[in-house]
Design a protein around this ligand. Structure first.
Ligand SMILES: NC(=O)c1ccc[n+]([C@@H]2O[C@H](COP(=O)([O-])OP(=O)(O)OC[C@H]3O[C@@H](n4cnc5c(N)ncnc54)[C@H](O)[C@@H]3O)[C@@H](O)[C@H]2O)c1
Ligand SMILES: O=c1ccn([C@@H]2O[C@H](COP(=O)(O)OP(=O)(O)O[C@H]3O[C@H](CO)[C@@H](O)[C@H](O)[C@H]3O)[C@@H](O)[C@H]2O)c(=O)[nH]1
Length: 447
């Protein structure tokens, strides 16, 4: 089939590349000339494992093309994906200006029937707005369907090519047939394409992300309680995750969820609820708890250094909001680094992929290091924010020689408590040890 993908960011690029891989002719459109220039030179602007192989093959075989010209991109398309940003507005609602602008532009350009697909995460009612915007000037028949995307960054290709499920919202049998044909190669593994009305499809995406954010937040609260009652959240995770009704995934306590999706989508669903006069109380708690969780380690750092961080050097391992991505949107590391800097600390950082993105924000306020060990040179403490695999089994002896103090504040629970204790490290993690002295704001964890 002939496909256009409008918006060549994370989702657009993966969608375009994967549909080219299943034999379609794909043109990706973006207004960012620099991005399209790089893509036309064969450069992928994001770090996403496994994307390069598919990208190179499909570009080389002529199935994947790029343009800044919307008219040229959609000219022959049977399906037009909108993979455009939906950032939070000031009131938390998803800002639809990018989507509705493209919808306005599309109307006069459509020359034949096409299925316009909302791939972006959009609130209930958006498909109707997109339809109305296109209809203002369209001279041909078209359908608008909702097809939310569930891929995770870092494993996006795998998620896209082997989806747990595909959700499509439409009342048009013609559009349904087109979407069935498009997704047939991806759902052969036995996972379904679930058809429903478009409002339910739009809600499904927010329900999925909010549920997962809630699941993580629940475990973060269990972790906080573990520190008070003297229990270990890792054991609780194993103890409850083996119950198939609960499931093992997304139960890892840590320094709070981040990324470009959970924070904004939970906010947007809360806003939709308010718009419909419904007080979605769980969502409000999820947001409030996550804000606190991101700050969970700072009181421990302050306490350890008796409030005196001035001229202390704090090494930071991990900047990306999670491993296998260079994405730093809503990354807990950033907020913590800013807190360290404003307390007067010097900060040395290492991340295998995300340092260039952080340089654009923090410039020379922190020292960027080429290895994790270089960041530890003369450091008074180490803080960990991302569970990159290389941080899991470091050379502790080497660390010992480099660091001034053997102190680790770990927001991802990477190391065994007894191993750290045996090696003489002072080790703080999330929800795994009893609290010795309990002042509601300034927790001191035993080690
Ligand atoms: N990133 C993810 O992991 C993920 C996963 C599932 C769903 N989503 C949702 O998908 C949507 C897109 O997310 P993303 O992370 O790919 O966004 P992104 O910001 O990485 O990319 C969006 C792209 O759209 C382009 N763009 C803006 N206006 C345009 C226009 N008028 N014409 C053409 N291109 C235009 C931008 O230049 C940019 O390249 C969002 O709604 C997001 O919530 C994201
Ligand atoms: O047990 C866990 C799992 C995740 N996280 C954190 O949760 C955040 C989000 O992680 P993840 O869901 O893996 O990353 P995303 O790429 O943001 O993917 C989410 O957001 C996408 C955009 O909507 C959806 O498509 C995906 O299905 C959904 O998982 C990150 O900060 C993780 O560190 C935890 O703290 N504990």
């Amino acid at each position: 089939m002939k496909i256009a993908v409008v918006g060549t960011g994370y989702v657009g690029l993966v969608t375009g590349t994967c549909f080219a891989e299943t034999g379609n002719q794909v043109i990706c459109v973006d207004i960012d000339e620099n991005k399209i220039g790089r893509l036309n030179k064969g450069e992928i602007p994001i770090y996403e494992p496994g994307l390069d192989v598919l990208f190179d093959r499909n570009v080389a075989e002529g199935r994947l093309k790029f343009t800044t010209n919307l008219a040229e991109g959609i000219k022959e398309a049977q399906i037009i994906f909108l993979a455009l940003p939906t950032p939070p507005g000031e009131d938390g609602s998803a800002d639809l200006k990018y989507i509705l602008k493209v919808a306005d532009d599309l109307g006069p350009l459509l020359e034949r029937y096409a299925v316009i697909v909302d791939k972006s995460t959009v609130p209930v009612g958006t498909a109707e707005k997109v339809r109305a915007a296109i209809a203002k000037s369209a001279k041909v028949e078209f359908d608008v369907v909702s097809n939310p995307e569930f891929l995770r960054e870092g494993v996006a290709v795998e998620d896209f090519m082997k989806p747990d499920r595909v959700v499509v919202g439409t009342n048009s049998s013609k559009a349904q047939k087109t979407m069935e044909k498009l997704y047939a190669p991806l759902v052969r593994q036995g996972n379904p394409v679930i058809f429903m009305d478009e409002r339910s499809a739009e809600m499904t995406k927010y329900a999925a992300n909010s549920f997962l954010a809630m699941k993580i937040t629940f475990m973060n609260e269990i972790a906080n309680l573990c520190e008070r009652v003297g229990a270990n959240v890792d054991d609780i995770r194993r103890g409850i995750g083996t119950d198939s009704r609960i499931g093992k995934r997304f139960l890892f306590a840590g320094i709070g969820y981040g990324g470009s999706c959970f924070p904004k989508d939970v906010q947007a669903l809360a806003k939709t609820s308010r718009d419909y006069d419904y007080d979605f109380r769980i969502l409000n708690s999820v947001m409030a708890v996550n804000e606190d969780q991101k700050k969970r380690l700072m009181p421990l750092v302050q306490d350890y250094f008796e409030g005196e961080l001035k001229d202390k050097t704090i090494a930071v391992w991990g900047l990306a909001f999670k491993p296998y991505t260079d994405d730093i949107r809503e990354a807990p590391a950033l907020e913590n680094i800013k807190a360290l800097l404003s307390a007067g600390a010097k900060v040395t950082v290492y991340d295998p992929e995300a340092m260039d993105n952080v340089k654009r924000i923090l410039g020379d306020q922190v020292t960027f290091c080429h290895t994790p060990y270089a960041a530890l040179d003369d450091a008074d403490a180490l803080m960990i924010f991302t569970e990159w695999p290389q941080f899991r089994t470091p050379d502790f002896e080497k660390m010992d020689k480099l660091m001034k103090n053997k102190v680790v504040f770990d927001g991802r629970n990477l190391y065994e408590l007894d191993v750290m204790r045996e090696m003489g490290y002072t080790y703080y993690s999330i929800g795994r040890e009893a609290v010795l002295s309990l002042d509601s704001e300034q927790l001191v964890v035993s080690n």
